[in-house]
Design a protein around this ligand. Structure first.
Ligand code: IPE
Ligand code: MG
Length: 233
């Protein structure tokens, strides 16, 4: 969700104004996902690298996340959305962790879509954390395979993302879902995140639908017996 700062500055406002508009965009896009049948929406709210921003901005962002979770939880729950969080939670404040735990627990049995909030999230940190668990559990080298790693990611029940949308024209992965994005389609739009709306979402999905996904294979040929019926479809 990039471009909050540019959006705010272009209007002569402080960056925090852009972050607030960014939250409204999440609400819009989540509702659009519900209507369009997108089952999982992951939003990159705060990266492990974002701590290096000015102290006041970090504090304003944390306050915004806390306040938003508190304010929106009832409506999310009413709409049947399941909230999950990806990231290093032990580095967040206790009151933030309490909000997160509450949101996850309250919505855990909901089945009308998943909102995955990536908060203090880093793709490398996630892989490190998975490896630490593997080491702590004492797995033998031959027990460490892709399934063993995938099972120890923050939310192993979520499918790999089909489409990753990058706003504000940046062509970077920025440490987002490194493991899960191996075969994700990427889409870069110039739109600044606070301006991103349901029409942009529809356009992104239409673009996605026009792409042919090969997962490393050849689309027009008979599948090789060795890979036929493999893990990916
Ligand atoms: C949103 O946009 C970033 C977060 C979700 C923390 P930015 O704050 O990076 O916006 P720009 O890059 O300054 O425009
Ligand atoms: Mg940015």
């Amino acid at each position: 969700m990039d471009g909050n700062g540019r959006w705010a500055r272009s209007k002569g406002h402080p960056v925090s104004f852009g972050h607030r508009a960014g939250v409204r965009a999440i609400k819009r896009v989540l509702e659009g996902c519900e209507r369009l049948g997108v089952e999982v929406l992951s939003v990159y709210a705060f990266s492990t690298e974002n701590w290096s921003r000015p102290r006041a901005e970090v504090r304003a962002l944390m306050r915004l996340f806390h306040e938003t979770m508190q304010r929106e939880i009832d409506e999310m729950h009413r709409r049947g959305v399941r909230i999950v969080v990806s990231g290093r939670r032990d580095e967040l404040s206790q009151r933030m962790r309490e909000r997160i735990d509450e949101a996850i627990a309250r919505t855990s049995r909901n089945t009308n879509g998943v909102l995955n909030v990536c908060l203090n999230y880093g793709g490398r940190a996630e892989i490190v954390d998975a490896m630490r668990r593997i080491a702590a559990e004492g797995l033998k080298p031959e027990q460490v395979d892709e399934a063993a790693i995938a099972a120890r990611l923050y939310n192993p029940d979520l499918p790999d993302p089909d489409l990753i949308i990058r706003t504000a024209g940046e062509h970077r992965v920025s440490n987002f879902l490194l493991w899960q994005s191996a075969y994700s389609e990427m889409l870069v739009t110039e739109r600044l995140w606070p301006d991103f709306d349901v029409d942009d979402l529809k356009a992104a999905i239409a673009e996605y639908a026009s792409r042919i996904r090969r997962f490393g294979g050849r689309p027009d040929s008979e599948p090789n017996l060795k890979t036929a019926g493999g893990a990916r479809s």
